[in-house]
Write a protein of this length. Structure first.
Length: 343
């Protein structure tokens, strides 16, 4: 029996990985914009939403992108041009890096690392630098205030996000995201393995805190103080237009997809199906669809909260992180560790 194998050079593999990451970032982001921003919120407010561009408004997203691409790229006279141009690129690049260690199938992963969850959470925090760069370089007091608010908020909510993940790491016994998926697939709930052991069963507190912290990291309502329109116009994005504003827009919704992918992998079993072997090669095709479905469910919760709750004050926002979420996550870690040792 003759087997055919194609050897792809390293540069070719790098190109394929880059294209794969781009698809993994942009497809969920575009779907979330259409399904949730254009349609779900419209139905919640008893209106149709965009209906003119394409069937049922399905091409509205492309029309929006075309509009931004045609707009003039303006830079304030007193701005630091180099940093002003670089800021949105830094924000979007961090989202691309978050997807690198996330597995989509048995072999459908851009980079498998023993400390994959640590890498994902670490690179997600780099976006703070891009936001600070945007606020400072714009030479606008509203932009600077928005950038400082965003930095304070993101630093405050990164800690509960990381602590919420620790419980999952303790249960799985690994930092590798593929290993966490395998642990949820192979373990049993009180001796019953019909659906595996999705960690949402025991780590529902961790999932709730993770989603709250993700909402704050996205600077979405009720944590949208950095871009509060009634106070700061558009915060750190005030002076941006055209393609650079589009990059911030893409970064926001792509980050929602990235956090949803992380939550799905950590708490909902990731790409695996309970009754299918992890070594089944077909899961490299089916797995991305399974993960995408779970991501859409998580993003529904994120956007439902965004369009439902009012904005918090800055003092309420900080107090909630330091005095409520962090103690809850520390208690969750202690309980998880005790149960892990005893049982």
């Amino acid at each position: 029996m003759t087997t055919l194998a194609v050897v792809i050079p390293y540069w070719g593999q790098s190109i394929l990985r880059s294209l794969g990451v781009a698809a993994a970032v942009l497809l969920p982001a575009g779907t979330a914009v259409y399904v949730y921003l254009f349609k779900m919120v419209s139905f919640m407010q008893s209106r149709l939403g965009p209906m003119e561009a394409g069937p049922y408004g399905s091409m509205q997203l492309f029309a929006e992108v075309g509009k931004f691409l045609q707009k003039e790229d303006l830079i304030p006279r007193g701005a630091d041009r180099r940093i002003f141009k670089l800021a949105p690129i830094v924000v979007v690049a961090t989202v691309f890096l978050v997807y690198v260690p996330i597995p989509f199938g048995p072999f459908a992963v851009f980079g498998s690392y023993d400390t994959g969850i640590f890498l994902a959470l670490a690179v997600s925090s780099i976006s703070v630098l891009g936001i600070l760069m945007a606020g400072w370089s714009s030479a606008n007091k509203y932009s600077l205030m928005g950038g400082l608010r965003a930095a304070g908020q993101l630093l405050a909510y990164e800690l509960p996000m990381v602590l919420a993940v620790v419980g999952v790491v303790i249960q799985a016994g690994t930092l590798n995201l593929q290993g966490i998926v395998a642990a949820q697939h192979s373990e049993k709930i009180f001796g019953w393995g019909g659906i595996g052991y999705p960690y949402v069963v025991t780590q529902f507190v961790g999932l709730a805190v993770f989603l709250i912290a993700a909402q704050a990291e996205l600077t979405q309502t009720p944590f949208d103080m950095p871009i509060a329109e009634s106070e700061l116009v558009a915060g750190y994005m005030t002076e941006y237009s055209g393609f650079r504003f589009l990059l911030f827009f893409i970064g926001e919704f792509a980050a929602a997809g990235a956090f949803a992918a992380l939550a799905s992998t950590l708490f909902l079993g990731g790409w695996a199906l309970p009754w299918v072997s992890l070594s089944n090669h077909w899961m490299n095709v089916v797995g991305p669809l399974v993960l995408f479905t779970k991501m859409m469910l998580v993003m529904f919760v994120i956007f439902w909260v965004r369009f439902t709750y009012p904005r918090l004050r800055e003092d309420q926002l900080q107090r909630f992180a330091w005095k409520v979420l962090i103690p809850i996550t520390l208690a969750n870690i202690v309980v998880t560790a005790v149960v892990k040792v005893v049982f």
